[in-house]
Design a binder for this molecule. Structure first.
Ligand SMILES: O=C([O-])C(=O)C[C@H](O)[C@@H](O)C(=O)[O-]
Ligand SMILES: [Mg+2]
Length: 429
């Protein structure tokens, strides 16, 4: 068996995205992703997926070149190689991530976001070479299916008139009735039993009303609200007070560890984050100040599946819960998330996934949710197969784009509908 990497293919694509609203603006009609393929001397190909914006491509290209001649089982070596890839200072100084929704942006975090796509591709190739599923390479699954929550969004029925886009069949959701209707569709289509509403879009009272409506429509079901740090400490505490009896947790009500610690000290409602604990360096302060009770991991920016397991172990040591964050992703990443989640012993909350919002994919067969769960594949590698025609089609869309959609920019998309829109200052309420 020859595990040497003989070629690496990077394919940037644009995938259709519905008009999902968040505190920054609205999703663009197409969003960039990067598909990574590593091929071994034996002709085995492994696939991975990560962010596709230019700043990630800028790192992925030199990184890919360095991997040829290395082996797919040299997973630790990926980090050494990444350390040597230069990051343009302008990409990190004073910047937050795309749309400001995933916390600080550092050179390391950019590198880790790139490494994660390659780590998954290497694990996929290694698993195929050994005849083992990725979860076995991670130490073995402790569950046969991974539970996901319905990721509810306020949304428009369609992208603004005149904007090239794909149609979706979810309808509009801009009030409590619309949110409940969307939740019903999620349960009918996928069987989800817990619900997360992306908030920070409307004044808190309207979002409180939406959660109340969900609690009435789905009594006893776990509910979460995530305004992406849009509220002051005072507002966060008011919402916690009003919804404390129905919330499983509040996600990033206020921005930053300091504000989260203040909220946490004054409420019994658990706080979750994918904004103030997004790197290993941020853990110590957040945990010692008891700022968060649940960390929402994301293998993309934490640097892969094995780093996710390490994060889970640290959380376990501190008695902090762990679950998973998601933004727009395709089936390769859902498969990767499912493999790693299947190996985490104390996974007490359903994971987030945007996958139901993505009508397009690069796989021959879409992954499916049964009763809100994705079955853990025991096939070699990730257990997914790339559809080259679909990949080529989505890549052609990226090639045809004039550059406007190659960077995710929710505020720019919002300006099409509201010309004066700028990213709101925080706290917004
Ligand atoms: O805080 C979160 O859960 C996210 O940032 C998830 C996604 O990025 C979501 O907010 C989005 O894509 O609009
Ligand atoms: Mg969040």
């Amino acid at each position: 068996m020859n595990l040497t990497i003989t070629s690496v293919r990077l394919t940037p694509i644009l995938v259709a995205d519905p008009p999902l609203l968040n505190t920054q603006g609205v999703h663009q009609p197409y969003t960039p992703r990067l598909i990574v393929e590593v091929e071994t001397a034996d002709g085995i190909t492994g696939v991975g997926e990560t962010y596709g914006d230019t700043k990630y491509l800028e790192l992925a290209r030199p990184f890919a070149a360095e991997l040829v001649g290395r082996r797919v089982d040299d997973l630790n070596g990926l980090f050494t190689v990444a350390d040597e890839v230069a990051v343009d200072d302008a990409r990190v100084s004073g910047q937050v991530d795309v749309g400001g929704l995933r916390g600080v942006q550092t050179a390391d975090k950019l590198r880790l976001s790139v490494v994660s796509g390659f780590e998954v591709a290497c694990l996929d190739a290694l698993g195929k070479a050994l005849g083992l599923p990725v979860h076995a390479l991670l130490g073995g699954k402790v569950r046969d299916a991974v539970e996901y929550s319905a990721y509810l969004f306020y949304k428009w029925a369609g992208h603004p008139e005149g904007v090239a886009s794909e149609k979706d069949d979810w309808g509009a959701a801009t009030d409590p009735a619309g949110v409940v209707e969307q939740a019903r569709l999620f349960t009918e289509r996928y069987g989800f039993t817990s619900f997360k509403l992306k908030g920070g879009v409307f004044p808190p009272d309207e979002e409180i009303a939406a959660i109340r409506a969900l609690a009435e429509a789905f009594p006893g079901h776990p509910l979460r609200l995530d305004p992406n740090g849009a509220w002051s400490v005072e507002t966060s505490l008011k919402v916690a007070e009003e919804l404390g009896d129905v919330l499983e947790y509040l996600e990033d009500p206020a921005l930053g560890t300091g504000a989260m610690a203040e909220v946490s000290a004054a409420t019994g409602v658990p706080l979750a984050t994918n904004m103030c604990v997004t790197t290993f360096a941020e853990i110590k302060e957040a945990f010692t100040r008891d700022a968060v009770q649940v960390v929402l991991s994301d293998h993309h920016y934490w640097g892969g599946l094995r780093n996710t397991q390490q994060l889970a172990a640290i959380c376990r040591a501190f008695g902090v819960g762990v679950s998973m964050h998601s933004n727009t992703h395709l089936g390769i990443s859902l498969a990767a998330m499912t493999h790693v989640a299947s190996t985490v012993p104390d996974l007490h909350h359903a994971c987030d996934s945007h996958y139901p919002w993505q009508s397009e994919d690069v796989l021959t067969e879409r992954l499916t949710f049964e009763g809100g769960k994705v079955a853990v594949s025991d096939a070699p590698g990730l257990g997914v197969a790339l559809d080259r025609d679909k990949l080529a089609f989505l890549h052609q869309r990226w090639l045809d784009d004039d550059g406007a959609l190659r960077e995710r920019d929710d505020a720019a998309a919002m300006r099409v509908a509201e010309p004066g829109w700028t990213t709101p200052a925080v706290p917004r309420w």
